[in-house]
Write a protein that binds this ligand. Structure first.
Ligand code: GLU
Length: 332
């Protein structure tokens, strides 16, 4: 496998923390939890399934030692960040992965979430950096955002975080949907194939580095990731705590012959205040007790650092179940 280097983001956004009394212990109670992820070729899907794996392992080890938590976990593929947030709010999902920008807006009732603040949204921890990628087809001649004018551009499916971030960028550049020849709404699973089949010229994607979906386009049909480092992105980074500049290192994919500079967010693991403290405690514990294994499950997780995971890019308050575990371990 090609040498894969993880992009770094220096996002530091401290979470507020509210203490509320703990629930009764989950010992022995059977409980099913669901984690919203993203498309099957993205990194969120790996995050959710890695967490379920650690939860099940903690259950198996606990059974041997007489420490039962009784939690069973599933992490289905979903439309992405904003879908996950909406479904946690509706009680359809217990947990989810979401971009730090959409966590911020959902909690504060800003941007897409104007008038729809989700005050029961809770942070659990942050995961990997997600640079915003513009991936362009070979021979399309697209080198910058301005070159997308008149092209067939995938703005992403509704419910995905990348769709939201693409819309933010469109607004910042003063680009309207009608400026593209076609603005498609393909999912993260469909977009690379569409690019390689010549059905679209480019797509925008907020995702961890590296990932299978992007490599289908870069390694599969010589698509290229372009730089996004103009004054427009500098202003976005300057004015918003959840954005930071990011580098997709040279050598990450076949066509990454030099470092790519862009901006990005963090992937975060979230839940609702309505999910019981003991459940969130056990899920958090399962993840943090198995961090070495977590890091090995995907190259995007290689730099996971517990101290940063409990503070970086979390704008909703920490769930008390997670906070209890972090306090026990001296992380908070
Ligand atoms: N950031 C993307 C979204 O929120 C998902 C990326 C992934 O699936 O890894 O839609």
């Amino acid at each position: 496998m090609r040498k894969l280097i993880v992009a770094t983001l220096a996002l530091a956004f401290a979470a507020g923390a509210f203490l509320i009394p703990d629930d009764a212990s989950a010992q022995g109670k059977k409980r099913f939890i669901s984690i919203g992820t993203g498309g099957p070729t993205g990194v969120y899907f790996v995050v959710g399934n890695a967490i379920c794996r650690m939860v099940h392992r903690a259950a198996a080890e606990g059974r041997k030692k007489g420490r039962k938590h009784g939690i069973r976990c599933a992490a289905p593929s979903t439309a992405g960040s904003t879908y996950n947030i909406a479904n946690i709010k509706a009680g359809e999902l217990d947990f989810g992965v979401a971009q730090s920008d959409w966590q911020y807006h959902a909690y504060n009732g800003t941007s897409k979430f104007k008038g729809k603040a989700f005050k029961k949204l809770r942070s659990v921890f942050s995961v990997h950096p997600e640079p915003y990628h513009i991936i362009v087809g070979k021979g399309t001649g697209i080198r910058s955002w301005a070159d997308l004018k008149g092209k067939r551009f995938n703005i992403g499916n509704p419910g995905s975080g990348q769709r939201g971030t693409t819309e933010v960028l469109m607004k910042a550049y003063g680009t309207k949907k009608s400026d593209f020849r076609i603005a498609t709404e393909l999912t993260s699973t469909e977009q690379s194939k569409a690019l390689c089949d010549g059905k679209i010229d480019a797509y925008g994607y907020t995702v961890g580095v590296p990932n299978a979906g992007v490599s289908i386009a870069t390694d599969g049909c010589d698509a290229v990731i372009i730089n996004l480092n103009t004054k427009v992105e500098a202003n976005l980074v300057k004015n918003n705590p959840y954005y930071a500049f990011a580098t997709i290192p040279k050598g990450t994919y076949k066509t990454t012959s030099a470092d790519v500079t862009t901006f990005g967010v963090m992937a975060t693991f979230i839940t609702s205040a309505d999910v019981p403290n003991d459940v969130v405690y056990e899920v958090t514990r399962a993840v943090f007790e198995n961090l070495d294994d977590f890091r090995k499950l995907h190259p995007a997780f290689r730099n996971l650092d517990p101290k940063q995971m409990v503070t970086n890019a979390l704008s909703a308050p920490l769930h008390p179940g997670a906070l209890k575990y972090f306090k026990e371990k001296g992380l908070k």
